[in-house]
Write a protein that binds this ligand. Sequence first.
Ligand SMILES: Cc1cc2nc3c(=O)[nH]c(=O)nc-3n(C[C@H](O)[C@H](O)[C@H](O)COP(=O)(O)OP(=O)(O)OC[C@H]3O[C@@H](n4cnc5c(N)ncnc54)[C@H](O)[C@@H]3O)c2cc1C
Length: 376
Amino acid sequence: MTAVRNVLVIGAGAAGTATAILLAEAGVAVTLVEINPSVSALGSGITLQANALRVLRRLGILDDCLVEGADSARVRLRAPDADATVLAVIPEKLPEGVNLPPAIGMYRPTLANRLVERGREVGVTFRFGTTADTFEQDADGVDVTFSDGSHGRYDLVVAADGVRSATRARLGVPATIEPLGMGIWRVFAPRPASVETGELYYGGACYIAGYTPTSTDTLYAFLVEDAQDRSGLTAAEKVDAVRTLAAHYHGPWDEIRESIVDGDGIHYTQFEKHLLDGRWNHGRVVFIGDAAHTCPPTLAQGAAMAFEDALVLAELLVAADRVDDELWDRFHERRLDRVRVVVDGSVQLAQWQLDGVRGDLPGLMGLVAAVTGRPA
Ligand SMILES: Cc1cc2nc3c(=O)[nH]c(=O)nc-3n(C[C@H](O)[C@H](O)[C@H](O)COP(=O)(O)OP(=O)(O)OC[C@H]3O[C@@H](n4cnc5c(N)ncnc54)[C@H](O)[C@@H]3O)c2cc1C
């Protein structure tokens, strides 16, 4: 017996697809609507740490991700000088018995496709190019009308439609999305032979410049600067802006920079923060993933938190026999404080860089590792 028999999931990102897979595997009828006409995932690459990998294992796609992605167990720190002097190598270590790599890098569209494929394998009904327009709920369910004129009734609606959740707006759920003053360029590029692992350069023309391998022959490179409106740039201007910033960094950056020629594959995003205060469910509509919280990628934990939201929600729904306050209390108990540590920690790291102060980095990283090291 599960607390729900048919569920609507809105959004085919990490949070939505993971929820859909887990519920469908438990015998729930799941429909997932995604506003885009096909699987899409902007932003070149993603780092998936052990807590995200733990969920991918539960979803049944870990082995594929390990094959398709690239191990990212160590991070090398380099100076922004002419020799790209190596300053330190930080080995990521997990406690004995965890049996997962500390982190992998992966091409985002590969991950997105794998999640949707897995969803299809377990019986999720995907409706691309569709959104939910109206919601009418009573004690037992939610009536939904869709953008194609159809309608349906569901035991639960999972709103996983991202940081600017239209569902949140439609239900009048307030959220304050705070800009943090930093912006990031991200580029998918060939991986030079000299890139053995992820590398970070702090300081120089950017707050951070770095790259993370996403497979044996690809990587994603990133440059973090003061937030600017880069929205009006042409593809050629984006190439120029990225190459100009990257020219301040050397070592493997010299080769990476030369390979950046296609502006259409360059993304610019400003760092933002939000965390839904109080409850994430409004009756039988629940917000998860970026729709409930977002943070700058300074700890590379946003998608990990989205995956964990999905795992905990699905676990509770499958174990319970009804959707009630007790279920939501348990959900919030398991998610709110944990997510808050990650959001606050990510924001603090960005703020230290903006302020040019060192801060208690080991203390902060230790706290986050202790929290995210425990199963969600
Ligand atoms: C620059 C940057 C780098 C990052 N790097 C990392 C990293 O390395 N590791 C990590 O763990 N996290 C990282 N993150 C965070 C991570 O990308 C997000 O936290 C994660 O993608 C959130 O997943 P989600 O499913 O909640 O939302 P999303 O990925 O935003 O997915 C939402 C989905 O809903 C769809 N949608 C939107 N509106 C509607 C609608 N009205 N109807 C139907 N569908 C809709 C969208 O098209 C999308 O497919 C990074 C974030 C940024 C900005």
